[in-house]
Design a protein around this ligand. Structure first.
Ligand code: SF4
Length: 226
């Protein structure tokens, strides 16, 4: 009997490398700050099921690159894909990988394209604020002030695209958040339980592996009902 699930698990298994304080990731820009803080202080191994979901995302991302660089696609030129980005801010660093840089041939305009795979495109009505924050940072540091967020359905490859307007003010606000995270980590100071205190991001708690720890540390967060 061939257990292919086991082979996939073996193939995807990763060494658990703890994140170093002082190095932060734009993809986490809009995440609950306490959750990020815990991920530095109490690194946890990524579940095999989650690794598979990430891999599915990678497969879809590669497909998007294939489309963007296809000779059959005439309107777009793919300038770069999966290119690293690293920026020093005070005494820490923000680094990540930008999905795609494209040129619209008709206008000559250059855009960053950040790709997000999703379970169902029907539920995507607008760009998610935490995805927008990630793209804002990329636009800020690269100087490319045009961006698209492209959502693609993993089950049928249907897409929705949102053009995101660059905002220097928003980019600076996000940078301030990273400065605050860095300070909290250096000073061993637990940040606010943002997910539980702000209803717009409360959904993050449902996917948080630190839920129990968070409730033990703060039995009742700001704005939580009795
Ligand atoms: S449970 Fe919610 S508030 Fe607490 S760390 Fe996780 S995401 Fe943040």
């Amino acid at each position: 009997m061939l257990d292919f699930d086991k082979l996939i698990d073996e193939h995807l298994k990763k060494e658990n490398r703890p994140k170093g304080i002082g190095r932060y990731y734009p993809s986490e820009a809009g995440t609950c700050m306490r959750k990020i803080w815990y991920s530095y202080k109490f690194p946890s191994e990524v579940e095999p099921e989650l690794l598979k979901i990430f891999e599915m995302g990678n497969i879809v991302h590669n497909f998007v690159v294939e489309v963007l660089k296809s000779e059959k696609v005439k309107d777009i030129e793919l300038l770069e894909s999966e290119f690293p980005f690293r920026e020093e801010v005070e005494d820490f660093m923000i680094s990540g990988r930008i999905d795609n840089l494209i040129k619209i041939k008709a206008s000559g305009k250059i855009y960053l394209v950040e790709v997000k795979s999703t379970k169902s495109i029907d539920y995507v009505k607008e760009a998610s604020p935490h995805n927008v924050q990630q793209l804002q940072l990329y636009m800020h540091f690269t100087g490319v002030h045009n961006g698209f967020l492209l959502y693609i359905d993993k089950s049928n490859l249907k897409t929705k695209t949102f053009e995101i307007e660059y905002s220097e003010e928003e980019a600076k606000r996000i940078l301030e958040r990273f400065k605050s995270l860095h300070k909290h980590l250096k000073e061993e100071n637990l940040p606010e339980a943002e997910g539980r205190s702000h209803k717009e991001i409360k959904w993050m708690c449902g996917y948080c592996e630190y839920k129990d720890r968070c409730h033990t540390d703060t039995p009742k967060a700001k704005h939580e009902e009795e």
